[in-house]
Design a protein around this ligand. Sequence first.
Ligand code: UD1
Length: 361
Amino acid sequence: MHILHVIGARPNFVKAAPVLHAIRTRPGMRQTLVHTGQHYDKNLSDVFFSQLDIPAPDENLGVGSGSHARQTADILTAFEPVLLARKPDIVLVYGDVNSTIAAALVCAKLLVPVAHVEAGLRSFDRTMPEEVNRVVTDRLADILFTPSEDGDDNLTREGVSPERIHRVGNVMIDSLVRLLPAARRCGTNNLPDRFALVTLHRPSNVDDGDTLKSILESLLAVSKQLDVVFPVHPRTRARIAQFGIATDQLHLLEPVPYIEFLAMQSRATAVITDSGGIQEETTFLRVPCLTLRSNTERPITVTMGTNTLVGQDKKKLASELSAILEGRGKKGNVPPLWDGHAGERIADVLQRFEPARYSLV
Ligand code: UD1
């Protein structure tokens, strides 16, 4: 069985690594890795490949940045000939980025079966580009690997037949479990004893000047109570420069490699973020997380884990942070199947998969 993986952006690398490792040891399976090039900076891509022990991609489509239409179209055009040449039995796509939806669409048109890893998540907020990517990718996918029960429920409600849904758990947590020992060993001497770790990159938070300014002001208020450590995504750095916002009082860093970031998360007093994956990682690490969004596609991190949605409400951010500093932060529990073995369960399902009798490649 020939499995082709398509990955393109930083969170994809963390999700694909455990699946690549699990399949590597299975007899009768071979795999091809395609990097779309959506993320191309060394500190968003290469360093993740080396730390997560991902082999060099067999193909790099080199699409780079662009508008949604441009980036998606470039992936469609560049991936089609690769699919025709490589002739896999099944393609695996990950998460909710533009690389995910584009690769799934190429496969659907060429009748190549697609499996979606991290299927079924819904924020029910179509203003998020990722929500559109999730909904469309799940419509196109033949096999849907979900991380938690809410994913199964969403897909069932949308009419997906149950035999296509496989609840395998959370692949992002597989990578965390594997590399947490390395993170614990990693020197973080330059970190304060107590600090808030911040990440920020959602278009809805950073692409509008007034919104971004207001969020950075609330982070400045946080920094009066607690040191703020803030690795800045390139999208956000570009917007800070474009809007001419002064940030000298915040401790801004370059994007941090995976293991170092895990070390920071595990030692943080609180994490303040708008990322999806970080809501899950903090739940596993039992570190309180304040999410700068009014909704989440990962509700289990709120109902069961350590996550609290604060939106863009400065008062709520301040009061939740005070609660954490007074030792009243959420402790939470780790959801079922977030155990480090999701990649193995995906490989089990793929081993039973019957290749399509009819495909156009
Ligand atoms: C993308 C995903 C988002 C994910 C995030 C993780 C989509 C729609 N968005 O957002 O879901 O949470 O990745 O990081 O797929 N840039 C660089 N270097 C790079 C890549 C990008 O400087 O290697 C800059 C460029 O200015 C680019 C901007 O970042 O225009 C945005 O990159 P893009 O891939 O379009 O989206 P992200 O914001 O990274």
